[in-house]
Design a binder for this molecule. Structure first.
Ligand SMILES: Cc1cc2nc3c(=O)[nH]c(=O)nc-3n(C[C@H](O)[C@H](O)[C@H](O)COP(=O)(O)OP(=O)(O)OC[C@H]3O[C@@H](n4cnc5c(N)ncnc54)[C@H](O)[C@@H]3O)c2cc1C
Ligand SMILES: NC(=O)c1ccc[n+]([C@@H]2O[C@H](COP(=O)([O-])OP(=O)(O)OC[C@H]3O[C@@H](n4cnc5c(N)ncnc54)[C@H](O)[C@@H]3O)[C@@H](O)[C@H]2O)c1
Length: 469
């Protein structure tokens, strides 16, 4: 059987694995990149990009439908489901092509198309019968869509993020199971595309948001567009070409749907890795314990990056973790801690939801703002939502934020920069705010923090706040 030897073997050629390979190679390591499929990253194929393409189509339908608010008559809107899915796949495939080209550009001998499993701390066995002996290993195997028992028997009526973007036409009705990021983004998009959509979640915290008033605002915005059943247990049975969904708990009922999107979470994809032979310490979820500043598992020669470690399952973190893991895997046993960024997640609903930094703890000051009367948002007929900014006592240094309001996806970047650079509410208020912008809507929240902190609003600052200024 063929044997391969390398400095750093990376399992998984997704965003994290590709970043790890680049980083290790740039440290001078001989790398091997092992992937079962080399089909392109989850982000490009069945994740970020196709979901945003669906949301973009839905946004066009929504904007056309509500153009009459501005006195613009568009007539009856017709959504051509086949054309929506065709454009989605055509554009998605261009992103995938870009990823595949990056893989094709790697030097010969780096990529091995096979499935890997541990046979020792630094030894891998490949499904093609070959073996790899590495100095260090990076686990970057990603996550998989969990399909709970009742939905496993629905066959092709049950969709996950892996199959959703392959449907030829939009269904007439869709049950979405799970009100996390995938469930909410897709449910709102489908509803806007004219699909009769009902979302079910066994919990009450949509999008994982814990702050009560943001949670209420998010639920109200979603309820205005599709039906929500929260706090329910859901079961499913296939009846011919329909799925019968039955629910009970905070509400109860039963009805048929054309398709069911199962979006109940994406646990790390580690089950096939033979971790028992890796010698790694595993936590209660059978995930290797690792240090998030070095990505190293204990003091072993194994590193983890991306969704495989379930720490921060979003794209920019997969990419950063890959770079840290790859660099440290190459320089092992010398490993250096990296500075991790503040927590930062966005959900591309409309309005978008952004959660960043730290939002809890003692000695935290909260300042809020309401976007239902915000000037620019009213101009654009999208005045809704809330902002909660969090700052540390005593001086009001910004530490976190929750935004569910128009423009949250962009304003969150400004706030994350403010958190990183140690800005206080008072120093942010010294920044010029152009009028009329969505950013101006943050001022009441910043002023509330100033009031409760030792760093008061500078007295040459105006405190007026009319929505039309
Ligand atoms: C629908 C959806 C929408 C999303 N939208 C966003 C978004 O808008 N913004 C955002 O920041 N994030 C988003 N995400 C999350 C983001 O896509 C992920 O965090 C990111 O893609 C994870 O990358 P990864 O490298 O960890 O995993 P992956 O890209 O999944 O790569 C893992 C690779 O490992 C391979 N592999 C697994 N096991 C083995 C094995 N034993 N041997 C060999 N190869 C193996 C797989 O074939 C795969 O290629 C979304 C995710 C989904 C599902
Ligand atoms: N914009 C983005 O960055 C973006 C978009 C999509 C996905 N993602 C990533 O993908 C990951 C997975 O997303 P997801 O939405 O699948 O998972 P999730 O963990 O965010 O949400 C799962 C939801 O399903 C519910 N649930 C679980 N089991 C259930 C059951 N049996 N019946 C009813 N409800 C049930 C949970 O209460 C939870 O609300 C996210 O953690 C996120 O990091 C990110």
């Amino acid at each position: 059987m063929a044997g391969h030897q390398c400095d750093v073997a990376i399992i998984g050629a997704g965003t994290a694995g590709l970043a790890a390979e680049r980083a290790a190679r740039s440290e001078g390591a001989k790398t091997l990149l092992i992937d079962e499929h080399f089909a392109g990253t989850v982000c490009a194929t069945v994740g970020c990009m196709p979901s945003k393409l669906l949301i973009a189509a839905a946004g066009a339908a929504h904007a056309s439908r509500r153009a009459s608010v501005f006195g613009v008559k568009t007539g009856e809107i017709h959504v051509d489901g086949r054309a929506v899915m065709q454009r989605l796949r055509a554009e998605r495939d261009k992103f995938v092509q870009g990823t595949l080209q990056g893989i094709a550009d790697l030097s010969d001998g780096i990529c091995i198309k096979s499935k890997a499993r541990f046979t020792g701390p630094t030894q891998l066995e490949l499904a093609n019968g070959e073996h790899v002996q590495a100095r260090t290993i990076v686990i970057a195997t990603g996550a998989y869509p969990l399909v709970p028992k009742p939905f496993q028997d629905l066959g092709d009526l049950a969709l996950t993020n892996r199959s959703l973007f392959e449907i030829e036409d939009l269904p007439r009705s869709l049950a979405v199971i799970g009100g996390g990021a995938i469930g909410l983004e897709i449910a709102q998009a489908m509803a806007r595309l004219g699909v009769e959509t009902v979302l079910f979640d066994r919990g009450n915290a949509l999008g994982g948001v814990e702050t009560h008033d943001i949670q209420q605002s998010l639920a109200a915005a979603m309820r205005a567009e599709f039906t929500l059943h929260l706090g329910v247990d859901v079961s499913a049975v296939r009846r011919g070409d329909k799925a019968q969904i039955t629910w009970s708990g905070d509400s109860e009922g039963s009805r048929e749907f054309d398709k069911v999107l199962v979006a109940t979470g994406r646990p790390p994809w580690l089950g096939d890795l033979g971790l028992a032979k890796s010698g790694l310490d595993l936590d209660d979820h059978r995930t290797p314990c690792f240090d998030r500043t070095t990505m190293q598992c204990g003091d072993s020669p194994v590193f983890m990056a991306g969704d495989a470690n379930a720490d921060a399952p979003v794209l920019h973190e997969a990419s950063h973790e890959g770079a840290i893991a790859g660099r440290n895997a190459a320089t092992f046993p010398k490993v250096a801690p990296a500075t991790r960024q503040p927590a930062f997640s966005l959900m591309f609903t409309d309005p978008p939801l952004a959660v960043l930094g730290t939002t809890t703890g003692q000695d935290v000051i909260m300042g809020g703002a309401d976007y239902s009367n915000q000037g620019r948002a009213k101009v654009e007929a999208r005045a809704q939502g809330l902002v909660r900014l969090y700052a540390a006592k005593p001086n009001g240094r910004l530490i976190g934020a929750e935004l569910f309001c128009p423009g949250a996806d962009h304003m969150a970047h400004l706030l994350v920069l403010a958190i990183k650079s140690g800005e206080t509410a008072a120093s942010l208020l010294e920044m010029p705010f152009y009028h009329p912008t969505l950013e101006e809507g943050l001022k009441p929240a910043l002023r509330a923090i100033c009031k409760a902190s030792t760093k008061a609003l500078p007295n040459e600052q105006d405190t007026g706040d009319p929505s039309g200024a």
